[in-house]
Write a protein that binds this ligand. Structure first.
Ligand code: GLN
Length: 259
């Protein structure tokens, strides 16, 4: 009797220790999931990607930031945002540094080998930004002789490197840096997601987004493969937020439908 009590208390202490370390949280759906820090949902993003994530004053803003905030609320967690390089997000999620990555991130088969993806919540289009007086009028005018700027590790980088070769590509840490190089004539165009492209063009004179689609994609949240419970909890929160119109109203706030 004494012995079994002692064993029980050792087991309980071990469980407590593990849950403190892993930050266990319960989900409303009945299953339980773990997060990196107890009571928190740590989201890795690259906050130079308006209107999905950007910094205004000392606040993080954007579609992803607000959807993540709603998800955290549904899961009873506090949202914590880590602003990191885009190409370090997946590795950080994989190694358990962050609970999830949300960064206008496109679902690709290659990324699916490293992480799980939630249901998608938005569509993206790889677009082309050029100076207003550029001779490049459509995607057909791009070639291995074009100097193409991309954000490192993004799908724009991956597809353009494949299509036009390494020598045509100049990689930048953020879309903002790529656009800066375009405005100073260092490169001929930038390939980047459509909505950020529009935001950059609005913020920088003398540029335009070509009315041509390079690649169409879907955005989702990435989560570590060994945290399926968190994936389920995020998916169920996302489903509710889509069906009750929350996702649509957040998108409408940042990308108002014309007319
Ligand atoms: N959608 C692109 C990708 O997933 C770019 C995302 C980003 O730059 N934040 O690669």
């Amino acid at each position: 009797m004494k012995n079994s009590k002692r064993i029980l208390s050792v087991v309980l202490a071990a469980i407590l220790g593990v849950s403190l370390l892993a930050g266990c949280s319960g989900s409303k759906s009945g299953g339980s999931f773990k997060t990196v820090q107890s009571g928190k949902l740590v989201m890795a993003t690259n906050a130079a990607f308006p209107p999905y994530e950007y910094v205004e004053g000392s606040d993080y803003m954007g579609i992803d930031v607000e959807i993540a905030g709603e998800i955290a609320k549904k899961l009873g967690l506090e949202l914590v945002i880590e602003d990191v390089d885009f190409d370090s997000i997946i590795a950080g999620v994989q190694s358990g540094k962050y609970d999830m990555g949300m960064a206008g991130m496109t679902v690709t088969d290659e990324r699916k080998q490293s992480v799980n993806f939630s249901e998608t919540y938005a569509n993206g289009i790889q677009a082309i930004i050029v100076p207003e007086d550029s001779a490049i009028a459509s995607v057909d005018d791009l070639s291995s002789d074009t100097s193409i700027g991309v954000q490192q590790g993004t799908t724009g980088d991956i597809y353009a490197s494949d299509d036009y070769g390494e020598d045509a590509i100049t990689r930048f840490k953020t879309g903002t840096d790529a656009v800066q190089a375009l405005t100073t004539g260092k490169i001929d165009c930038v390939i980047i997601d459509n909505e950020p492209a529009k935001a950059y063009v609005a913020a920088n004179e003398g540029l335009k987004v070509l009315d041509t689609t390079y690649v169409e994609e879907e955005y989702a949240i990435c989560i570590a493969k060994d945290n399926e419970k968190l994936l389920d909890a995020i998916n169920s929160a996302l489903k509710d937020l889509k069906s009750d119109g929350t996702v649509d109203s957040i998108v409408e706030k940042y990308i108002p439908t014309e007319g």
